[in-house]
Write a protein that binds this ligand. Structure first.
Ligand code: ZN
Length: 170
């Protein structure tokens, strides 16, 4: 297993639209294992393949309290949504940035698991938010896209400044 590099905003590769996975095989499962190591190592609750520069329709999540419920979603599709909820979100591609985003409160998702079998799952609360956030990533969409251009610009400047500082320290 290996920790992967997480792309940070405003890296343009985060805007890539991911392609459907055609085959769930050992190579893909290897990527998934590395993604879990990367996500858990960063204290994240979700990670889309796009964020580690793999442009396949795949994301992982673990929204459980104890971090012991790893979930894999391949070629995910939201087939039902219900209600609206505003929640504060963060993202591993936006270190220390949090913002309120409105999303469906309850959803039903259909996807393939890591064995290539189709499953459906209903979700609410943090997992529902997470699934919607990660599917956005696969479409090249970011949570700051829901904010005003002014707020988004402020976040971009903050992250660019931090990246410059980090580069100097390296
Ligand atoms: Zn994210």
């Amino acid at each position: 297993m290996a920790v992967m590099t997480i792309l940070k905003y405003p890296d343009e590769r985060l805007r890539t639209v991911a392609k459907p996975v055609e085959q769930v095989d050992d190579a893909l499962r290897g990527i998934i294992e590395d993604m879990f190591e990367t996500m858990y190592g960063s204290q994240g609750v979700g990670l889309a393949a796009t964020q580690v520069n793999v442009h396949k329709r795949l994301f992982i999540a673990d929204c459980s309290e104890n971090g012991n419920e790893p979930l894999t979603f391949i070629n995910p599709e939201i087939i039902e949504r219900d209600g609206l909820h505003e929640n504060e979100e963060g993202c591993l591609s936006f270190p220390n940035v949090y913002a309120k985003v409105e999303r469906a409160g309850k959803i039903k998702v259909r996807a393939l698991d890591k064995n290539g079998d189709t499953f459906e799952r209903e979700a609410e609360g943090l997992l529902a938010i997470c699934i919607q956030h990660e599917i956005d990533h696969l479409n090249g969409k970011l949570f700051v896209d829901y904010l005003s251009p002014l707020k988004r610009d402020r976040i971009r400047k903050k992250l660019e400044k931090e990246a410059r500082l980090a580069a100097k320290l390296d």
